[in-house]
Every structure is written in C-alpha cells, then in structure tokens.
Design a protein around this ligand. Structure first.
Ligand SMILES: Cc1ncc(COP(=O)(O)O)c(C=O)c1O
Length: 373
C-alpha cells in the first residue's frame, strides 16, 4: 500500500440533494407505523407517473430489481437475444444474462457515447427480442432510427432510465419511450430515496403483473394465495415519503445541473486535448454526469485527485470485457466503445455545487492538459 496520504476531497463527484424536508417526511412516515408500502409509496408513484407521462409507476427496491422485473414481464429468457450498448452500467447487461438471454453488444457513437443506431440495426436477427436502452449519463439516445428499426423487426424497447429521469426528447420524457421503462433512486442519482427504483409502463396488464411480482406473486385481496412466481421487490414507506419530496425538487435540480453543465461546456469548448459529448439537437439531457474525453485519462484523474477533486470513469471497460464468469467472452472489440472507455472521465456535477467549484475543476483540467505534451 502506498504510504503517500491522499489530500481530502474538496469537490466530490456527487452529493445527494437531501436535507431537512426529506428527514421530516421520513420521520412522519415512520410515525404513521406503516413502514412498508404505504400511501407515501403510492403518492411517489403518482408523482413519477405525472412527470414522465406514464400510465403506471410501480416502485421497487432498486433500479436493478426494476430491470429484473422488466425482463420477467416480457418473458425474456434462453434463446432470446437482447441488444445493449457496450458502454453502460453493468446492471443494464446483468439483467439480460440473469434472465438466461444473450446480450448482443452494440458499438457507440464516439460523439455522443450513446449507442450507434446503424450498428444496432445491423445486429438485429430473428432471435432479437428486446433492446435495453440506457441513455448514457442522461444524454438522450438517438431514438427515431432505433424505434423504427425495432418496430420493423418486432423488437421491444425497455428503457433503463436510471440516469435519465429528467431527460426529454422534445416534450417526451426518456422514460416514456418503449413498452417499459425503469429507473433508479440510488443515492448517486438525480433524485434519491437512498435505494429505490421504479418500473413504468402504459400497459395495464404489464403494470398489474409488475405489482404482483413485487409482492411475491400474491393475488390481490387473497392473502397467502399466489399465482405467479413473484419475489420481494418492495420499498419502504419512508423511502416513498422521501421520494415525494424529491419529486417536488426534480425540475429545479435538473435546472441547476444544466447551469453547471453549460458552464463546463463553455469552458471546455476549444480547450485543446479535451472533448465533450454533445447532446442531440431537440433533446434535453438530465445531466446525470459530466463526461469529458482526454488521451491521458488516468493521468488527469490522478492530477484532479491530488487537487482534492473526485472523479469517476463511466465506464473504464466495455461491459463485454468484464470478467464475469456468466458472460460469454466472445465479443470482438468494438472500436468506438474501446476508445471511449479508455478516454472518458466524469468530473463532479451535482446541483449544490457552486460556479466557483466548476471554475476550480476546469482550471485543474486546463493546467493538466496544457502541461501534457
Ligand atoms: C444505467 C444504470 N442502470 C441500472 C442501475 C442500477 O440501479 P440501482 O443501483 O438502483 O440498482 C444503475 C445504477 O447505478 C445505472 O446507472
């Protein structure tokens, strides 16, 4: 182990936007004594339904569970192929592998870091059942050509919207795309309930089944009688209460993130050696994170850390190369995903940061790249 002490973190990568209001709401929910799945959970679901324009929201324990429920709802399993970007969080792929289906990795567009629609369309086969679409860091996917290719071939779209609650295509929420969408309320997300997730759909039958899977497959109104192989994906009522408060803040939180992101982008524009993915025209990113691409990514990460600035790399390895025994490791390298994974660094972005924080990060990035030959 290195004996060199790291300087304290001055600007963290993310800070959950919770405070007294959330604590008070949680306290009230606990005092109500219905600790699991009470009226606060339903109110939270309704707030997300209204925000996304979806007919049904089914709150679950986390975003990973939400994806697992989505796989079951569409009966995805052995023999099925499911399209997925090579550059996403591991949960986007694990749900496919866990269902027994085969992930079919698609390359990304190096300008957007989102899936390349032409590459995706070329990978559709008669076995392709679904595409799990995760808007990278809340940047909107180029849906029009993808929706067409999927519709033409009977491929269902499931949006993994863990990073894109707050992303819009024109007026349409990213979580309104596809037959099912999921999201996460993990503490690093734009709004949070600590842990938590939701399944969203407009289909009454899918919603009914999702609710049943969430509660052990029990038939509504018939205690201890079960007609589906369900599990426990429930969420607590105090998390629901926190979620209700967080939803009232979502638009403002997205606006603050947008301001910081625009300040970053203005500063990085034209900075030699630094590239930023640009949002697609007509879309509004949720600004879940602020990715930049630089040749010496690891060197920059070390430099920023020594200046007390925390970073992440979303993601340093395309998911097809993760050393997970259950994964088939027969994917040829996808050039754009490999390049982006080697260059991407996500700098701090959270609602409560100040304009001075952004300037400090930009200053350190500029100092590093200008000193790099
Ligand atoms: C794209 C994506 N999908 C799924 C998840 C999983 O969500 P959770 O952590 O709530 O299980 C995450 C969480 O980081 C994510 O970023």
């Amino acid at each position: 182990m290195s004996s060199q002490a790291l300087s304290p973190i001055r600007i963290p990568w993310a800070v959950p936007p919770v405070g007294d209001e959330e604590a008070d709401a949680a306290r009230r929910a606990i005092a109500d004594s219905r600790l699991s799945m009470g009226r606060n959970v339903r109110e939270f679901e309704q707030a997300v339904e209204a925000y996304t324009g979806r007919g049904h929201g089914i709150a679950v324990s986390n975003g990973t569970d939400a994806l697992e429920v989505a796989m079951r709802l569409l009966e995805i399993g052995p023999g099925d192929e499911v399209l997925v970007s090579a550059l996403s969080y591991i949960a986007t792929v694990n749900c496919i592998v866990r269902a027994g289906a085969r992930p079919v990795w698609c390359d990304v567009n190096p300008e957007t870091l989102n899936v390349d629609p032409a590459d995706l369309a070329a990978r559709i086969t008669p076995r392709t059942k679904a595409y799990v679409a995760a808007d990278y860091c809340g940047f909107a996917i180029d849906y029009p050509p993808i929706e067409k290719a999927c519709a033409d071939n009977g491929v269902s779209i499931i949006v993994d919207g863990a990073q894109s609650l707050g992303t819009f295509h024109g007026e349409r929420s990213a979580l309104k795309v596809g037959v099912l969408a999921t999201t996460s309320f993990h503490s690093a997300k734009i709004i949070t309930t600590g842990e938590g997730g939701m399944v969203l759909t407009d289909n009454d039958d899918l919603a009914e089944r999702a609710r049943r899977y969430r509660g052990q497959g029990e038939i509504p109104g018939r205690k201890y009688v079960h007609d589906a192989l369900g599990f426990n994906h429930r969420i607590t009522d105090f998390q629901g209460a926190i979620g209700v408060v967080q939803m009232t803040k979502l638009a403002r939180l997205c606006e603050l993130r947008r301001q910081h992101a625009h300040q970053y982008h203005a500063a990085f524009a034209g900075m030699p050696g630094v590239r930023v993915p640009v949002p697609l025209e007509g879309t509004t990113p949720a600004w879940f994170s602020l990715p930049i691409l630089v040749d010496d990514r690891d060197g920059l990460a070390r430099h920023l850390r020594s200046a007390g600035i925390e970073t992440r790399s979303l993601y340093p390895i395309p998911t097809y190369r993760q050393p997970i025994p259950e994964y088939r490791h027969d994917q040829d390298p996808l050039p754009a995903a490999e390049l982006c994974a080697s260059q991407v660094l996500n700098v701090p972005l959270f609602a409560q940061m100040t304009s001075q924080d952004v300037d400090d990060v930009v200053g350190e990035v500029a100092a590093f790249v200008s000193a790099t030959p």
